[in-house]
Design a protein. Sequence first.
Length: 335
Amino acid sequence: MKTIMEQQETTKTGVASGERDKVHVFAPATVANMVCGFDVLGFALHEPGDEVVIRRAGEPGVRLVNITGDEGRLPREVSRNTVSASVISFLQYIGRCDIGIEIELHKHMPIGSGLGSSAASTVAGLYAVNKLLGSPLSRRELLPFAMEGEELACGHGHADNVAPALLGGITLIRGYNPLDVVALPAPPALHASVVFPHVDVPTRDARQMIRTKVALQDAVTQWGNVAGLVAGLFRNDYELIGRSMQDVLIEPTRAILIPEFYEMRRLAIDAGALSFGISGSGPSVFAFAQNAEQANGITSVIQAHLTAQGIGSHGYMSKINMEGPKEITNKHAVI
């Protein structure tokens, strides 16, 4: 029940107490799977990421008024775009379909990169509309709506990208029925080197190549690696983290789709990487290092090799992003 003061404030401005007229949000890229944790592990980066601006409109309904940076590749229909579709689901859930919402999506990260492009956009939109309406839901309560966006984008509503993008840090999806997300610690010196080769590896195609049956011994090896990685994170044991990040189930198949994968891995390990693997379904690859200088060096050597092979790339270096989405309050921020 609103107080008299809140009712007066709503009448005067059209916006209830705690609600806003406009919110501008950045949400980060993510690395899913973390080599051995297919569909259950992921972490957030500081860069790249996407931005969403959400503002109130006079007429009820959700409108997607502008998309930049996508080269025309993303759907403009509100029911097919992951941002607007998830916002609609959110508004239906909280019973606020009476309001008007306008959405701008500004893509700053490559589509189809294996860095959670759709997750970053969807999370930015949900975080923004939740802020706009006075934060009626917690971040964790926003997760199911973000997963709906992932299902729309790639046909599978997994959470290994949207969970770290929304919650920040390293996340473990312990189970999906019911959804159970566990925050894992990030060793303070851990840095990620990320390289996106300019080759096309569609997520749907990459998933279709995965084996549906595995040998028991391979499964046992994978379980041990996932457990070792989690233990290494809790113990700040970089050597244990490195030797646990081995994938005997998914990587051998997906690596076929990524040119120069094994040479990139050799170069990364020679440059001091703790580990090396595919980010999500690829083609991006990532390595863990123990400091920024080492991570930058790994990124540089991999990009130099790709250039020599006639393959363009984007390179990034980041610590683990513990914050997740954040509001941009500088009105002069470049979009």
